[in-house]
Design a protein around this ligand. Structure first.
Ligand code: 5GP
Ligand code: ZN
Length: 119
């Protein structure tokens, strides 16, 4: 796994518009777009535009950014699903946990029944 040279990073390239994406939400520090290979009827990827490899690599200085991204996820969910809907939020940290893109991202999944524990 590329340990995050922003120049090569897939999600950094999406942020820069070098790779097209179906954007759902954007502001100066966050971007949300449809997953290319959806695992549920609604599958959105929410990222900070700043490159951070994963939640494991977030620093104290990222505290406010992490707060804002976590608050953005339910806002996006409400817009897509309405109030009081169920959805799952996942961030995979590391290869063995299922992380394939080493740029911090939250999966917002909805539109079907989810089982627990995840596979
Ligand atoms: P991870 O496996 O790292 O937790 O999640 C990465 C996600 O990015 C996967 O669900 C994968 O389908 C998605 N993905 C990979 N490449 C692209 C791409 O080029 N465009 C979009 N929109 N999603 C991608
Ligand atoms: Zn990146």
């Amino acid at each position: 796994m590329n340990k995050g040279l922003p120049g090569d990073c897939l999600f950094c390239r999406i942020v820069r518009g070098e790779i097209p994406s179906q954007k759902i939400f954007e502001n100066k520090e966050l971007l949300a777009f449809k997953d290319i290979s959806p695992r549920a009827p609604i599958h959105i990827i929410v990222i900070p535009k700043k490159h951070i490899n994963s939640l494991s690599d977030a620093k104290k200085k990222d505290n406010a950014l992490l707060g804002r991204i976590q608050l953005a996820v339910p806002e996006i969910a409400k817009k897509l699903l309405g109030e009081n809907s169920s959805y799952r939020v996942v961030t995979n940290c590391g290869k063995e946990a299922g992380q394939s893109v080493p740029h911090l991202h939250y999966h917002l999944l909805a539109g079907r029944i989810f089982t627990w524990p995840p596979g």
